[in-house]
Design a protein around this ligand. Structure first.
Ligand SMILES: C[S@@+](CC[C@H](N)C(=O)[O-])C[C@H]1O[C@@H](n2cnc3c(N)ncnc32)[C@H](O)[C@@H]1O
Length: 205
């Protein structure tokens, strides 16, 4: 099975617990939104149970959430019925070029195999308008692919693409993005995977 889809199968089993545990918007998302035109269009890719999608919507932006997990999206639709959520693979988003002012990928690139990431970033670049902004949050460390136990369901394996800062910086630059901000922190609870968390804001010049 495609490694990304194997992780989606795990998310289908933990959607309710995930929504309860991770109920606050992703860190530094407010800063990302301040770089966008008021009321602009944002795509939340791998939106999960919609915590960021809901926050973005509450700030007056148009937003569409994309995820491949039916159960994560069911919770998102229950909690944010006014928002457009779509069951789509983030690697194949069906929207015209330059549809978006901003793209959010919070803790979702980590489930995409390394071989798919360059094309995915090219797609994000294409979907963004000139000066569009990309937010990425992910588990960072020595570059590798691995399987880890899902903290909510030990025994169920999640595929992880652990990305290093030099690696993502090179990939973003190679796609034509300029990294404008980066933040990092250590995990703050044992429900979080035990990696450094990295948050990047990049812009399409
Ligand atoms: C850790 S959750 C993050 C959810 C949300 N962005 C957040 O920050 O709370 C990862 C999400 O990525 C989704 N995902 C994994 N691979 C995907 C793919 N190829 N296309 C769309 N969504 C995907 C999973 O189903 C899951 O909901």
């Amino acid at each position: 099975m495609d490694k990304s889809k194997s992780s989606v199968a795990v998310y289908n089993q933990i959607a309710t617990q995930y929504a309860k545990q991770f109920n606050r918007p992703s860190e530094h998302l407010g800063e990302f939104l301040r770089k966008l035109p008021k009321g602009g269009m944002v795509l939340d890719v791998g939106c999960g149970t919609g915590r960021d999608t809901g926050f973005i919507h509450s700030k007056g932006f148009k937003v569409v959430g994309f995820d491949l997990s039916r159960e994560m999206l069911n919770v998102a639709k229950r909690d944010y019925p006014a928002i457009d959520f779509r069951l789509e693979d983030m690697r194949k988003i069906k929207l015209p070029a330059q549809s978006a002012d901003g793209i959010v990928a919070s803790c979702s690139l980590i489930h995409i195999p390394k071989k798919n990431v360059p094309a995915l970033l090219r797609q994000f670049h294409k979907l963004l308008k000139p000066n569009g902004v990309l937010y990425i949050g992910f588990q960072a460390g020595r570059s590798r692919e691995m399987f880890v136990d899902e903290p909510f369901k030990p025994g169920e394996k999640l595929f992880l693409n652990v990305i290093s800062l030099p690696e993502i910086t090179r990939l973003l630059k190679g796609t034509g993005f300029k990294v404008v901000k980066s933040y990092s922190r250590q995990p703050s609870s044992n429900q979080e995977l035990n990696f450094t968390k990295l948050y990047l804001i990049a812009q399409r010049p």
